[in-house]
Design a protein around this ligand. Structure first.
Ligand code: NAI
Length: 480
């Protein structure tokens, strides 16, 4: 029986391995992690991450050919194929701080593999890593090889949180990069064989190592760039009276452009987009390409601008101050159908409002109070480290309270900010909400999900990203 071990039981390692186990009953899959609490959760009824469809798969395979364990060394030494899906945070100190990837966890995983291995291994990069990481890993393994043959493959993951299971079942493509040597090609075929259990052959692309590594960074940069492009247009729409939804629709009808990823919003978030672009920027700078680096940097600047613009709209609409006012925040996750808050735009929006002394009442159907407090009190980039290495009890932000539902969050508030497009927000009883709010009552829709006309008829003053402005907002320009 082929044995797979995945180091890192996170958003990528967990769902990816669960699907491999489901689709390949003849393969034994063990997911290992240094975080005891994560592994305990994977073995419980309360999985550590929320992802539609995941729970059923885990329940079906766990204990049969899918295992979660903390004995990292034992399972690594027994495996034929080792996936490495550990954190790759942005460096906060030293060379490349604020941009370069911190490969501490990756390097320690590679050294551990070298220490405990007694048979040949295929080591698969699943984490998103800078171009040429495979070469560094190869060196670590080769210098400590004790005669063992290691083949390094790059197999970046393209799943999107919220639709991870669907994406893993029907990927647009699976990308496998490896060395162009006979051993490298054999390793590629071995991994290809795993995916071929359910992915059509023509969707499994094989490339050299560097193309695979760079393709992942490039794909995320292109996706984020589309969002920044439409968000940049949304600012112009508000200034001119155009409607960004109509502009997106017209632009997206061009088959060369296509309609996906053209929805304006308060900004993109998630663990990958910003981190991967910063990484790309750093690689460009290191390769003497400052113009290319600046081009990609602008994608992040526009994203930051969009969040600032949103905060400015809120504050300026409410007579230029939110000091002491209760603002309801509906949605904290970076998108619907996930409890993930990494780099969620809600963090910057909330921090912006807190900076103006607002009182926040936050409701999200999937995010815990502890997570929200942690996010609002920790420093940039600190989130991307294993849980047990993060501060145990971060300071709580006193002006923030967490509500159990949208009605409690909005009660007696002056304004509502919708920051995640959860379906339940579309069907709220806005008349009931309006009746329980301070007047004038404001809705700032950062995801363009509410029926603006209906809300205006109720009596709300409504701001929607990139839409013709409410007369109230026109009179209160948001200038930083
Ligand atoms: P995560 O933070 O959810 O999981 C990483 C896990 O690795 C943690 O549980 C941590 O405790 C564990 N870990 C760290 N060092 C370890 C070691 N030496 N031994 C054993 N376990 C160790 O991160 P996530 O989201 O799963 O991301 C992993 C990688 O995949 C990152 O490079 C990320 O950029 C990339 N990625 C993430 C995607 C996403 O949607 N979250 C999509 C595609 C790629």
């Amino acid at each position: 029986m082929v044995k797979i071990c995945c180091i890192g039981a996170g958003y990528v390692g967990g769902p990816t391995m669960a699907v491999i186990a489901l689709k390949c009953p003849s393969i034994e899959v063990v997911v290992v992690d240094i975080s005891v609490s994560r592994i305990t959760a994977w073995n419980s009824d309360q999985l550590p991450i929320y992802e539609p469809g995941l729970e059923q798969i885990v329940k079906q395979c766990r204990g049969k050919n899918l295992f979660f364990n903390t004995d990292v060394e034992k399972h690594v030494s027994e495996a034929d194929i080792i996936f490495v899906s550990v954190n790759t945070p942005t460096k906060t100190r030293g060379l490349g701080a604020g941009k370069a990837a911190d490969l501490t966890y990756w390097e320690s995983a590679a050294r551990m593999i070298a220490n405990v291995s007694t048979s040949n291994k295929i080591v698969v990069e699943k984490s998103t890593v800078p171009v040429k990481t495979a070469e560094a890993i190869e060196k670590i393994l080769a210098f400590n090889s004790k005669g063992i043959n290691y083949q390094i493959l790059s197999n970046p993951e393209f799943l999107a949180e919220g639709t991870a299971i669907q994406d893993l079942f029907n990927p647009d493509r699976v990308l496998i990069g490896g060395r162009e040597t006979p051993d490298g090609q054999r390793a590629i075929q071995a991994l290809k064989h795993v995916y071929a259990h359910w992915v059509p052959e023509d969707k499994i692309i094989t490339t050299n190592l560097w193309s695979a590594e760079l393709s992942k960074l490039a794909a995320n940069a292109f996706l984020a760039q589309r969002i920044s492009s439409v968000n940049a247009m949304s600012a112009l729409c508000e200034a001119t009276g155009a409607d960004v939804a109509q502009v997106s629709d017209a632009v997206g009808k061009d088959t060369r452009i296509g309609p996906k990823f053209l929805t304006a919003s308060v900004g993109f978030g998630g663990s990958c987009f910003q981190k991967d672009i910063l990484n790309l920027v750093y690689i460009c700078e290191c390769n003497g390409l400052p113009e290319v680096a600046n081009y990609w940097k602008q994608v992040i600047k526009v994203n930051d601008h969009q969040k600032n613009r949103f905060v400015n709209r809120v504050v300026s609409s409410m007579f230029n101050t939110v000091s002491g006012k209760k603002i309801a925040i509906l949605g904290f996750a970076f998108k619907k159908d996930t409890g993930d808050t990494r780099e969620t735009p809600a963090i910057d929006v909330c921090k912006g409002l807190l900076g103006d002394k607002a009182r926040l009442s936050i409701y999200d159907p999937q995010v815990t109070e502890d997570q929200i407090q942690r996010d609002l009190s920790s420093n940039k980039f600190d989130w991307d480290h294993p849980v047990h290495l993060q501060p145990m009890s971060p300071n709580t932000v006193k002006q923030v309270s967490i509500a159990w539902d949208a009605y409690e969050a909005t009660k007696e508030s002056h304004g509502i900010c919708i920051l995640t497009e959860w379906d339940e927000f579309k069907s709220l009883d806005f008349q009931r909400i309006f009746d329980n709010m301070q007047k004038p009552a404001f809705v700032f829709d950062g995801r363009n999900i509410v029926d603006v006309k209906k809300l205006r008829d109720i009596g709300f003053i409504v701001y929607s990203i990139g839409k013709p402005l409410d007369p109230w907002l026109k009179d209160m320009p948001a200038v930083a």
